[in-house]
Design a protein around this ligand. Structure first.
Ligand code: 9MR
Length: 377
């Protein structure tokens, strides 16, 4: 088996990453009113995603450098990007993003060491021949992947989404993948966390999923809670729950337009998660505005109010220490491509508009940080 390729620039970003690690809350670029600075005053790290496609957009990069203490590669650390085939690794895209972040003294999160969903794993894996001892081969492949990626980025990345979206929200059951079919779903998740801990002993290890505060998400919440309880009972090394926070719903028809909420159930869920000793992160916040009116001023106001109410609730938990948007600007949002508005208008799910001007959602995040109590160091 050939060794994974290492790009020549790796040394540089590792050195820069070590320097950035000494300043966990602030990038070198943030002014006093940036979201990074406002968060930092309360011990909250604020950040967003960067993708390969953004690296040519200097204005967008400057906005991210000014507002973020932390970035996460949107797709570039996933299996789909790093594993062209079973034998090799390709880190060129992830390295480019990490190099940009460390050059600007911005921290980096890792996403994701295992996407526990067949749909988003590379195509070759679905048809891969696991050989005469499929269980052994599945464990070898998973261990090799997690340890190679986590070791490579451990000097820079201090928080990894180890397992992403293992729970099917409709059935509440664990999803099945080519790996888990041979290894078992629980064993696969365990092995991913245990391998990550060995490879990156100082990093925060996170289970990341999209259960939320809407009334129609009860089954998803319950199933995630049961999974976390089992992981804790087995002594699996997990430190935190990543709450993706893709707010709103394409199914929504409630008067708020963004889904009937069940705040009480959501607090009970968060109480039980934090009661297990787990920390919380908001990892992928945006607002799916399809059900909201087309009028931009009204729509932006509703998105901002929803964001503020959500963050106030989330930040009332001292265990929440990181807030990340899934894109800073409406110029680049996964939601425009995959779930267009019925009226054909562009969606406005992010804190800055397509011209990179701040929106009311940006003020809502800033005000939520101003109102939050300081996190313990
Ligand atoms: O925004 C990402 C989009 O560009 C990708 O095509 C997609 C599949 O890799 O993943 C999107 O990001 C997802 C994230 O990795 C996990 N949570 C849900 C996010 C939005 O779908």
């Amino acid at each position: 088996m050939p060794l994974p390729s290492f790009s020549p620039g790796r040394r540089d970003f590792l050195a820069a990453g070590a320097a950035a690690a000494a300043l966990p809350f602030l990038s070198g670029n943030a002014d006093a009113d940036s979201l990074a600075s406002l968060g930092a005053r309360k011990g909250i790290r604020f950040g967003s995603t960067i993708g390969t496609g953004h690296l040519a957009d200097q204005a967008y990069l400057a906005l991210n450098a000014a507002q973020c203490a932390l970035i996460v590669p949107e797709n570039e650390m996933k299996w789909g990007a790093t594993r062209p085939d079973v034998r090799s690794f390709d880190f060129s895209r992830a390295d480019a993003i990490v190099a940009w972040a460390t050059a600007h003294r911005i921290g980096v999160r890792g996403h994701t060491l295992l996407w526990h969903s067949e749909r988003w794993m590379p195509g070759w894996l679905a048809t891969y021949d696991f050989g005469p001892q499929p269980r052994v081969e599945a464990a070898r492949l998973l261990t090799e992947h997690v340890s190679t990626v986590a070791r490579r980025y451990a000097p820079v990345v201090d928080s990894f989404d180890v397992v992403n979206e293992a729970v099917d929200p409709d059935t509440g059951l664990l999803r099945e993948t080519a790996i888990s079919r041979h290894l078992g779903a629980e064993e696969t998740i365990d092995l991913a966390f245990r391998t990550a801990r060995q490879a990156a002993p100082k990093a925060e290890l996170v289970y990341n999923d999209y259960m939320g505060w809407r009334a129609d998400e009860a089954r998803h919440r319950d199933a995630v809670l049961r999974l976390l309880e089992r992981l804790k009972a087995r002594g699996t090394p997990i430190d935190a729950l990543g709450v993706q926070s893709h707010l709103g719903s394409k199914y929504s028809d409630s008067p708020t337009g963004l889904g009937a909420l069940d705040e009480r159930a959501w607090r009970t869920f968060l109480d039980r998660v934090t009661g297990m000793g787990l920390r919380l992160l908001v990892t992928e916040m945006d607002v799916h505005d399809n059900p909201l009116p087309g009028d931009i001023a009204r729509r932006d106001r509703m998105v901002a109010n929803h964001t503020r109410a959500y963050l106030d609730l989330m930040l009332s938990y001292p265990a929440l220490h990181t807030v990340m948007c899934w894109g800073l600007s409406d110029r680049y949002t996964w939601l425009n491509g995959s779930r267009p508005r019925p009226d054909g208008m562009a969606k406005r799910p992010c804190p800055f508009d397509a011209d990179l001007s701040p929106k009311p959602m940006r003020d809502a995040i800033a005000d939520a940080f101003r109102a939050a109590s300081p996190r313990a160091a």
